[in-house]
Design a protein around this ligand. Structure first.
Ligand code: TMP
Ligand code: MG
Length: 288
């Protein structure tokens, strides 16, 4: 049906169900589809030539805007909390307060750094951020077919928007829900706006944005892309959902986490740095 689904990086617990959902979505057509995606490590690469790629937070952490002392503290936070984020032996209940702690501490440190709004474009340009191979086709195809792309990110909205803007793919069908910076009158970062979004409250974010989903009411078919189990809740605000197909990138600790990913995502992509599978699925669903 879709040759890309036979690649060795692709795993499915119930391939027949995937086939059924894909057929229903194809029959319903592009006019009924919306795509809901995470950003960091889902639309961006996890690694390149064996080296980890930055998240939207890391783009700032690694930049010249941050003092050496602050860099060391942020690195310390990453080394402490990232292993917890991906630890399959801990429950979400156990991890949740620790993730809030990570985000809160990281944002407090960033706010102390007097980051100017004007410097964001430069730090993104100088960063090693990389969208996954095939991103251009992904964004352009959704735009051409007028399919909305909603990005739910626990990263930094201002930074990730700049990444997609500089890649030339921030088309009008893209809508981002994320943590946005609040700048003072002189354009210096003074806080983060609104409720904190971390990896385990994307559901609340989705429900708070239910008004926005209302506009998408006729779009009852959802293609969801994520890399963390917290990303599975991004579609919770969608009303009158008919079909959902969940694609999960399993980037790290693959053997340990395979089972839990296979139990929650319809299609699991193991150590796959490309958008090939989502692109092939989109071409199929939109009848091309
Ligand atoms: P998301 O991809 O689910 O939106 O989550 C954002 C990622 O950002 C998550 O994997 C953890 C990571 N992160 C950092 O790299 N540095 C930080 O300071 C924080 C708070 C999160
Ligand atoms: Mg992610």
């Amino acid at each position: 049906m879709i040759p890309e689904l036979s690649q060795s990086s692709v795993r499915m617990k119930e391939p027949e169900r995937v086939e059924q959902v894909l057929s229903s979505m194809r029959s319903a057509g592009a006019g009924t589809l919306q795509v809901i995606s995470d950003f960091d490590m889902t639309l961006t690469r996890f690694s390149y030539n064996g080296k980890r790629c930055p998240t939207s937070h890391n783009i700032m952490d690694n930049s010249k805007l941050i003092s050496e002392e602050c860099k060391a503290e942020l690195k310390n936070l990453l080394d402490t909390y990232y292993p917890i984020e991906i630890d399959s032996r801990r429950s979400v209940e156990e991890k949740l307060p620790l993730m809030v702690e990570w985000w809160t501490k990281a944002h407090e440190l960033l706010v102390q750094q007097k980051i100017s709004k004007d410097s964001l474009a430069v730090i993104v340009r100088e960063s090693e951020a990389m969208l996954r191979d095939g991103y251009q086709q992904f964004f352009d195809h959704l735009h051409q077919m007028s399919v909305p792309l909603l990005i739910f990110s626990a990263g930094v909205g201002d930074v990730l928007e700049e990444v997609i803007r500089q890649a030339g793919v921030f088309h009008p069908n893209v809508k981002v829900f994320s943590n946005y910076m609040d700048f003072d009158e002189s354009g210096v970062l003074q806080a983060f706006k609104g409720e904190l979004i971390h990896i385990y409250n994307k559901r609340e974010g989705a429900l708070l944005n239910a008004e926005h989903f209302k506009e998408l009411q006729s779009r009852c078919n959802v293609l969801l892309l994520g890399d963390s189990l917290g990303d599975l809740n991004m579609s919770d605000g969608v009303m009158d959902l008919e079909n959902i197909l969940k694609i999960g990138y399993l980037n790290d600790k693959v053997d340990e986490r395979r089972e839990s990913y296979l139990n929650s995502y319809d299609i699991v992509l193991e150590k796959d740095e490309t958008m090939d599978v989502p692109n092939a699925i989109l071409l199929y669903i939109t009848g091309q």
